[in-house]
Design a protein around this ligand. Structure first.
Ligand SMILES: [Zn+2]
Ligand SMILES: [Zn+2]
Length: 189
């Protein structure tokens, strides 16, 4: 995943390759801890174009990850992909002037800039970061998954249970109809 800058032609180059999750420390850790199991390999395509003092890197990644549904805990495979554009620079660019003449402080974050030293661009960290950003924040096995009964743990997508919990989707209805402990009307029933 290291590219020697002297080998990048003036009109750019495109690379397609596959990498095992073991090549990325954070992804290997996630896999080992069982938090998410990214299936090998991660498919990566990047185009690299010299641009003044910088290199413009446009990339796309795709991979499959297995995660537990956030509601019913079923194991689900997600096919994920993500595109990104970043610029690699050997040095921090000088202040950029706006059209009206005022100076704008350029920070690395604001323009997707990554600094590198020496004669190599190492894509490992960038690709790992993109994979992590592509992961779903709250994975669901399906839109409207009914989840598990909070009392008996029955998977409500499969069957209904006998618990007196309203299984409707509206959280407000649940609040109104749930029989809270200590509710007078609920006693002795
Ligand atoms: Zn689910
Ligand atoms: Zn139940």
């Amino acid at each position: 995943m290291k590219i020697e800058t002297q080998h990048i032609p003036a009109d750019g180059m495109v690379l397609s390759f596959k990498e095992a999750t073991e090549s990325f420390s954070v992804l290997a850790e996630l896999k080992d801890s069982g938090q998410c199991r990214i299936d090998d390999p991660i498919n990566i395509t990047v185009s690299i174009l010299p641009e003044k003092e910088m290199f413009k890197v446009k990339g796309s990644i795709s991979f499959t990850v297995r995660l537990a549904c956030g509601r019913c805990l079923t194991d689900v495979a997600f096919c994920l992909s993500r595109r990104f554009t970043l610029r690699y620079s050997r040095q921090i660019p000088a202040d950029v002037h706006r059209n009206d003449g005022t100076e704008v402080e350029v920070t690395a974050d604001s323009i997707g800039l990554i600094y590198f030293q020496g004669d190599e661009i190492d894509l490992r960290h960038t690709i790992q970061e993109q994979v992590v950003m592509a992961l779903p924040f709250r994975p669901l096995c399906r839109e409207g998954c009914k989840g598990l009964c909070p009392r008996c743990g029955t998977d409500l997508n499969q069957e209904r249970c006998a618990c007196r919990v309203d299984h409707s989707d509206s959280p407000f209805e649940v609040l109104q109809q749930r029989h809270w402990p200590g509710n007078e009307q609920d006693r002795g029933s």
